[in-house]
Design a binder for this molecule. Structure first.
Ligand code: ATP
Ligand code: MG
Length: 279
């Protein structure tokens, strides 16, 4: 497969001609004079799992936040299904209801039980009856393996359990797709696996997912596609085994080298002076 097709058109190169769940066209986003997203075009198919990787500050979170309109793009278009969400007349709340978002911090209400955390938005936003909301909540607690904790308060749960509850809360709104921004970064290492396992099972159920993560083993195993961003651009994308296992671009190689070998201090990163200082 040639590099250009990997960088521009991986969905088609996989022979996948489905309806796009998300279509991003020439997206740019600036904060003042700082152009953070420089020209992003990306299609995500229904049921596809796309992991977005890249160095700190490359624009990964900003990209996700544009997709659910937590940030207003400076220019370009974003479609969710057939609907252009960057249309100035769009119903922003309506768009957000269709998209689940899970952040590094769980943001559960501390004064509500797990069950109430899951029902509150359903009754207020979706206007579901209390009993329907509880039914959906229990179904989704089961999906994340947290049925036994429905009466607990967030402070009584581990970080991993809280994040699983946060995922169940998102799922209870029946989203068409889910965005995850480093969902395991705040967790103690021994709790990461249980959250990744829940995300893996969602992927197996066919949920469309866009996931910013530093978990390369997870990306390799679960993602249909890995997108490497640097400096506000998509530098390289393709099947996980190719982008992570055999990156083509220098910037991808150097990022992966740093992520996969965190203990290695490269002489060219430290510089001559640094090496002397260490010596
Ligand atoms: N609300 C904001 N106002 C001003 N600048 C912002 C804002 N949000 C992000 N930025 C800037 O945009 C750039 C990209 O930030 P972003 O959070 O998208 O990066 P990231 O790839 O998610 O990084 P990390 O891996 O550290 O989370 C950074 O230079 C950041 O300072
Ligand atoms: Mg980020």
């Amino acid at each position: 497969m040639s590099t250009p097709s990997r960088t521009t058109d991986s969905a088609d190169s996989r022979g996948h001609v489905g309806r796009h769940a998300i279509s991003i066209r020439n997206l740019k986003k600036s904060f003042g004079s700082n152009e953070v997203l420089k020209d992003i075009s990306l299609d995500i198919d229904q049921g596809e799992v796309v992991c977005v990787i890249g160095p700190s500050g490359s624009g990964k979170s900003t990209l996700l936040r544009c997709v659910n309109l937590l940030e207003q793009p400076t220019s370009g278009q974003i479609f969710v299904g057939d609907d252009e969400i960057t249309d100035p007349d769009v119903d922003i709340d309506g768009v957000r209801r269709r998209i689940g978002m899970v952040f590094q911090s769980f943001n559960l209400f501390p004064h509500l039980t797990v069950l109430d955390n899951l029902t509150v938005a359903q009754t207020k936003v979706l206007r579901r009856s209390k009993s329907k909301a509880r039914e959906a909540a229990r179904h989704n607690l089961e999906r994340v393996g947290m049925t036994h904790k429905e009466s607990a308060f967030p402070a009584q749960l581990s970080g991993g359990q809280q994040q699983r509850v946060a995922i169940a809360r998102s799922l209870s709104m029946d989203p068409e797709l889910m965005l995850f921004d480093e969902p395991t970064s705040a967790l103690d290492p021994e709790l990461v696996g249980e959250v990744l396992a829940v995300m893996k099972s969602l992927a197996a159920e066919g949920m469309t997912m866009m996931i910013v993560t530093h978990e390369m083993a997870f990306a390799r195993e679960v993602a249909n596609r890995v997108v490497f961003m640097d400096g506000g651009f998509v530098v390289e994308q393709g099947p996980a085994a190719e982008v992570i296992g055999d990156p083509q671009e220098v910037r991808t190689k150097s990022f992966l080298h740093r992520v996969l070998n965190p203990m290695v201090i490269e002489a060219d990163e430290v510089g001559d002076e640094g090496v002397r200082d260490i010596g």
